[in-house]
Write a protein that binds this ligand. Structure first.
Ligand code: VGL
Length: 203
């Protein structure tokens, strides 16, 4: 039987790898944000380190941004799950000011959809799934591997990683550069298990 190589501490980047920086936005990463993820502020520096490593190796860096209309069934105020967050053109929707932005930004949830994954959005009424354009950006660059970091581990990072696996990318998640919402205690750990079971490498 072939031996499984020991995981390396740092993620290996190259020109066929994309670092997908998920939703590092004020509403998630700033303690004053409306859906602040505990530890989200501490994650920004670790994400920046990852961006630096990726850029140094010539990897593609791309960002996702939750970008909702003021009213959407995604929000608790309109019958959904979440407090109002990342409303387009507001402070909460802006990328965190300390984040190194060095690549394109893909917006999701723009038409009132649930936009958990960076790759796809789902109409909350019809269930219809539509692409965000991220997959096209990666295909144009012949990307084969995806590394996911950002917020939140158990919501948008998880959805992004699972979609990346489904789309055929060799997918890994740098867990230290993420933080969970933990709507239910243990959601973060369960997300890691789910991503691992689906085939993601957890760093
Ligand atoms: C997210 C909850 C609701 C996230 C987005 O970016 O993880 N979480 N919408």
């Amino acid at each position: 039987m072939a031996e499984t190589p020991a995981p390396t501490a740092a993620t290996d980047y190259d020109t066929r790898t994309a670092l997908v920086v998920v939703d590092v936005q004020n509403d998630f990463a700033d303690p004053d944000g409306s859906l602040f993820v505990r530890g989200g502020d501490a994650v920004v520096d670790l994400v920046n380190d990852e961006i630096e490593r990726a850029r140094a190796a010539g990897a593609f860096v791309v960002y996702t941004q939750d970008w909702h209309p003021p009213e959407t069934p995604h929000f608790v105020t309109d019958g959904g799950t979440w407090p109002v967050h990342c409303v387009r053109d507001t402070w909460g929707a802006e990328l965190h000011p300390s984040l190194t932005v060095d690549g394109p930004v893909v917006r999701k949830g723009t038409g009132g959809e649930d936009g958990y994954s960076g790759f796809s959005m789902q109409d909350p009424d019809s269930g219809e799934v539509s692409p965000t354009g991220l997959d096209d950006l990666l295909r144009e660059r012949d990307i084969e591997r995806v590394v996911a970091v950002g917020l939140a581990l158990d919501v948008c990072v998880k959805a992004t990683a699972l979609d990346a696996i489904d789309l055929g990318y060799d997918t890994s998640v740098v867990v230290d550069a993420t933080a969970p919402v933990d709507l239910e205690p243990g959601d973060g750990e369960r997300a890691v298990e789910a991503m691992q079971t689906a085939g993601a490498t957890i760093r």
